[in-house]
Design a protein around this ligand. Sequence first.
Ligand code: NAD
Length: 365
Amino acid sequence: MLIDTEPLCRLVSEIFVQSGCSTAESERIARHLASANLTGHDSHGVIRVPRYVNWLNAGNLRAGQSISMVTETEVFAVVDGNRGFGQTIGEQAVQLGIDKAAASGISIIALRRSGHLGRIGDWAEMAVESGLICIHFVNVAGSLLVAPFGGVSRRMSTNPVTIGVPLVGKPPLILDFATARVAEGKVLVAATGGAPLPEGSLVSGDGEPTSDPRALYGDVDPTRTTGKRPGSGAIRTMGEHKGSGLALMCEMLAGALTGGGCAGPDKPYIMNGMLSIYISPSHLDTGHTFAEEARQYVDFFTASEPAAGHDKVQVPGEPERRLRAERTAAGIPLPETVWHAIRQTAREAGLPDKKINDLTAPCAS
Ligand code: NAD
């Protein structure tokens, strides 16, 4: 089915209000989840609603939190997310980094114990809108999903790395990817009737490459669990040893250095750590060459002759921009299983069917 952004956000927001979040926080959660769907990252979109509500009800995720300062100078800060919603905590931590870099030219923000930060590209977009370059390393304490290169056992999560670069006269570059072959949510999407996984994305418990989501989830309904993934396999890292190395560095920077902790079997719930570096080109680029050099190089890069099977060379962030425009106009595609799970979560949160239908009219089914 297709659903427009506004009715979808209305329903998602109301679910979180009913579950104990303020209206402002609920709207923020809905807006960020919908943004992931709009940009084509359905894995980090509204499919997460039942799981977030489960985490909230279990006390693993907390409504109405703010970052608290652990230590701070003019150019860096270590902040604790207090297990608050990543959509709230992320916004505050990124704003702090933007403010410090705007004043000093550079800043580093070490964020620990944030709830799920969703699509990290949202945070890069926020920084580049302020004219900053940004680099984010993210880990997920409490989540073991991915086997290191050469291994079968789960030792880390899908640990994204994200880089944003503002360009003058062109849309920004937003490179935003999981260091796993696929983000966990894409396995979730495949397990719930959405796009199938590329061949060999996972490794089965006996060490064979597979695309069967049951290698991760076993036979449980993955939209309804609080994080149990009883399959005997793992997700594989992207780029073989290189992706595995990047994922390890996410654990070092976003887990060990922030104080949020690395992935491991002893972590009771999922928390994101994020080490972010913000750079102000207007401070560092004293020769005023950055904007023109970057623009010219991107033109040179994209002018490459397309290879077989490609229309053109794209830059990071381009597919998301195109999809955002398309889905804003045409609606967000949702598998029936996901729509059903969201409506069921709404009912369990206390919303009667009539209210659900009113909120989502004319798209309710
Ligand atoms: P992906 O494999 O779709 O790669 C996305 C990146 O590749 C984007 O920068 C995109 O612009 C670029 N890209 C895609 N096609 C391209 C093309 N043809 N030419 C040039 N560039 C192209 O993304 P993914 O690895 O599946 O990650 C999905 C999302 O999951 C990300 O937004 C990530 O932040 C998020 N994530 C979050 C967490 C978390 O704990 N919060 C964990 C893992 C992943």
